[in-house]
Design a protein around this ligand. Structure first.
Ligand code: GDP
Ligand code: MG
Length: 299
């Protein structure tokens, strides 16, 4: 009889914004550890999601989408997080969308192609392709273009082919005991999730240009009489944005608070009281100091 070996390690998930990196992490972990929206650049932080299997533990590292526009300090920060997470990982997943390889994908590829770790090309959103045979020429083209350790088509949204992905990656991790206890799903705490869920609802409810200049800071997080009491400040960059977030008669802010509270209730199975304030800090996303104050651990 052979003794089974256990493997564990970090798996960096990189790709341009909006290809489905966070959706993939949530699907694999089986719980929402990272927020998802249809808008690019939703993920700003490095977020870990832990996947446990009998023979392996995969510590997934969700990263902000790598993107070329690096004018703002916030954007530079997001790119740095993505690159340094990849350098530290044991395996890299380069995520793209089915039937599409854009200039932005190429740009990301140029950033990660020199890394020494095994890199897998994950082709997401295959649920959109019909009939499936259409994929063959694209797969062929990608095989030529990206010398990866493997190419794995998936649908993160419909959880298609995800177990195969877990098997393939798991077998490439170093032999190691688990890095996290089996009941841990993420490295982030409850206040962090609360702030992220509020930011997700804001992003969903606001117009295109606003979300980049928005940050949510938890000022109070307390367990009182079996109720979680949260005070959060929504920081915007200009007074005009404050009016937009609040909306006519405070309607928009109320709706954002309502959606966030429902989701947090659900997530923790606890009663949640959430109070939101909107405050202005001019051009915070351009300021290294403001980013640090907001807890973006500058690398
Ligand atoms: N059709 C389809 N849509 C997906 C899939 N995975 C993610 N999406 C959508 O793509 C958008 C971006 O997803 P997100 O996970 O935030 O992308 P990220 O920026 O790479 O983290 C969201 O609207 C998701 O619902 C998939 O497998 N199929
Ligand atoms: Mg994301």
């Amino acid at each position: 009889m052979t003794t089974a070996v256990f493997r564990a390690g970090h798996v960096a998930i990189v790709g341009r914004p909006n290809v489905g990196k966070s959706t993939l992490v949530n699907a694999l972990v089986g719980r929402k550890v990272s927020i998802v929206t249809a808008k690019p650049q939703t993920t700003r932080h490095r977020i870990l999601g832990v996947v446990n299997r009998p023979e392996a533990q995969l510590v997934l590292v969700d990263t902000p989408g790598l993107h070329e526009s690096t004018r703002r300090v916030m954007n530079q920060y997001m790119n740095r997080v993505a690159i340094s997470s990849s350098q530290d990982a044991d395996v890299i997943l380069f995520v793209i969308e089915a039937m599409r390889f854009t200039d932005e994908d190429e740009w990301v590829w140029q950033r990660v192609r020199g890394l020494k770790q095994p890199l897998f090309l994950v082709i997401n959103k295959v649920d959109r392709v019909f009939p499936k045979e259409q994929m063959l020429p694209f797969l062929e083209e990608m095989t030529q273009r990206i010398p990866a350790s493997g190419i794995i088509p998936i649908s993160a949204m419909q959880t298609d082919n995800l177990e195969r992905l877990v098997d393939v990656i798991g077998s490439r991790l170093p032999i190691s005991p688990p890095l996290f206890a089996s009941d841990v799903v993420t490295d982030r705490d409850e206040p962090f999730h609360a702030a992220e869920i509020v930011r997700e609802k804001l992003t969903l409810k606001l117009r295109e240009e606003l979300p980049y200049g928005i940050n949510v800071q938890i000022e109070r997080f307390a367990d009182e009489n079996n109720r979680i009491m949260i005070n959060a400040v929504i920081w915007v960059e200009r007074a005009g944005q404050k009016a937009i977030v609040i909306g006519q008669g405070g309607e928009r802010l109320k709706e954002i608070g309502r959606l966030a509270r429902i989701e947090l209730n659900d997530l923790w199975q606890r009663s949640v009281h959430l109070e939101l304030w909107v405050k202005v800090k001019e051009n915070w996303a351009d300021s290294e100091m403001a980013l640090r104050q907001f807890g973006y651990d500058t690398l």
